[in-house]
Design a protein around this ligand. Sequence first.
Ligand SMILES: NC(=O)c1ccc[n+]([C@@H]2O[C@H](COP(=O)([O-])OP(=O)(O)OC[C@H]3O[C@@H](n4cnc5c(N)ncnc54)[C@H](OP(=O)(O)O)[C@@H]3O)[C@@H](O)[C@H]2O)c1
Length: 226
Amino acid sequence: MSENLRGKRILVVGGARGIGAEIVRRTGQAGADVVVAARSGLEVKIDVADETTIAWAAESLDAFDHVISTASAHHDVPVPDLEHGKVQAAFSAKVIGPLLLAKHFAPRMPADGSFLFFSGIVGWQPKPGTVVKGTANAALAALVTHLAVELAPLRVNAIAPGLTDSGTWNRLPDERRRALYDSAAAASLAGRVGTLEDVTDAALWLLGAGWVTGETVHVDGGARHR
Ligand SMILES: NC(=O)c1ccc[n+]([C@@H]2O[C@H](COP(=O)([O-])OP(=O)(O)OC[C@H]3O[C@@H](n4cnc5c(N)ncnc54)[C@H](OP(=O)(O)O)[C@@H]3O)[C@@H](O)[C@H]2O)c1
């Protein structure tokens, strides 16, 4: 696995924290030349909701072998409370943003390059209050198959994690976070929530899996099947 990534140039949008930061750490450890992009304060500024930042990065940086985005924007409310701007932000992060990354970066990528995007289990588990996240995640799964066909032989894949202890849930009070983790663990076949290692193992594998394209890999402890 490490040999696949040695010397490869990898861009990680959303690489400042959570799953993205762990991908940065592990691909770097595997010998890749990794560039971190975030909305502010880092090496490279990319806001996937702002095409000019994507175009600037694609034009001014050396070409990349792999482009990864973990971008997501939450808008988990019941239908009567939907706000148009927040709906657009959610679809920008998961659908329009990846499309624009493909538009600007694909033309300079080598034939064995790839894109890796992040969907999520909610796309396959409809529940009240998650219509935006669920639809955006499911749309991303459709997007990778379409992009894989149009951009071939470049590969385009996604990972759909189940509930993962990525740091993102640390914003919840301890008690609520524990309750969330307990119920997610009980709702999975593996009997636990995901770890950063679970998800980044799949990411590193997909970056080197030369015969896998147009796929969404479910890394959710079997939670979709409960
Ligand atoms: N953790 C889970 O339980 C879980 C479950 C299912 C799916 N997922 C998916 O897995 C991915 C990574 O999850 P995570 O837990 O690491 O999430 P996270 O901590 O919320 O990280 C999301 C990342 O997206 C970036 N981002 C948001 N909007 C952006 C934009 N417009 N342009 C560029 N970057 C943007 C954030 O960067 P800033 O630093 O700029 O805010 C952040 O680095 C997400 O797509 C998430 O939906 C996670």
